[in-house]
Design a protein around this ligand. Structure first.
Ligand code: APR
Length: 233
């Protein structure tokens, strides 16, 4: 059985990482959509760096929750038959023990040099204009995919969706494309599709099955069911 899991901000909510579109959705008075664009970075690089510096720094205070750990457990049994595609820029899947994680929207703990095009693991702030470890230029940007940019790994993701028997979307509002369209692709190519989210998302009606509630409870239960089915075959 081949499984593709798509995760969004909701899987990290119980770890204390804020989602993008909660009741308030603002950061220092700015809409997230207004800070997460190449145009915003060009116009106000310091502001955009500070937004991501704050998010990167906040990672030090959070830990994976039972939903991340359940997916790591699934990978330890399914191995290459499981791919986690995440829209999240945090590293909680990896810290829970997952290895097969594709960060389609990039990662906070990576910096991308606009001078030499190298990406480097990064833990510190970027707003003070540190030097690129490869070329020395002060030209690092957060290695995250902004609105209007092309997500990472699309070919690999589409191949995996084409092969999947099961597609599960966890903790995503299904408002941002292309990720929001994965359920339709997976369905078209024959996968059974399941949504796990706190509340109905914009795409709930497209899924074969929807389970609504906190990911920290529902994901471990779903993973146990899936492993039971795998072991029975
Ligand atoms: N368990 C399950 N789902 C939850 C939980 C929880 N504990 N808490 C919140 N959710 C759900 C919310 O109900 C919401 O539907 O998670 C979803 C989070 O939605 P968004 O904040 O829109 O996050 P996401 O879908 O990941 O956003 C997609 O948009 O801003 C861009 O690039 C950014 O990757 C992000 C993309």
């Amino acid at each position: 059985m081949k499984v593709v899991v798509l995760t969004g901000a909701g899987i990290s909510a119980e770890s204390g990482v804020p989602t993008f579109r909660d009741a308030n959705g603002l950061w220092e008075g700015h809409r997230v959509e207004d800070v997460a664009t190449p145009e915003a970075f060009e116009a106000s690089p310091h502001l955009v760096h500070r937004f991501y510096d704050a998010r990167r720094a906040a990672l030090a205070a959070v830990e994976p929750n039972p939903a991340h750990r359940a997916l790591a457990r699934l990978e330890s049994e399914l191995g290459e038959r499981l791919l986690v595609v995440t829209q999240n820029v945090d590293d909680l899947h990896e810290r829970a023990g997952s290895h097969r994680v594709l960060h389609m929207h990039g990662q906070l703990r990576s910096a991308w040099c606009l001078a030499c095009d190298e990406r480097s693991p990064w833990q510190e702030d970027l707003s003070h204009g540190p030097a690129c470890p490869t070329c020395g230029a002060s030209a690092l940007r957060p290695d995250v995919v902004w609105f209007g940019e092309i997500p990472y790994g699309m070919d690999l993701i589409e191949n995996a969706l084409g092969d999947a028997d099961v597609f599960v979307a966890i903790g995503t509002s299904s408002l941002v494309y292309p990720a929001a369209g994965f359920v339709r692709l997976a369905r078209m190519w024959g996968a059974r599709t399941v949504e796990i989210n706190l509340e109905p998302s914009a795409a709930t009606s497209v899924f074969d099955e929807a389970r609504h509630g906190p990911a920290g409870e529902l994901v471990p239960a779903w993973a146990d069911e899936l492993l039971g089915a795998v072991r029975a075959t």
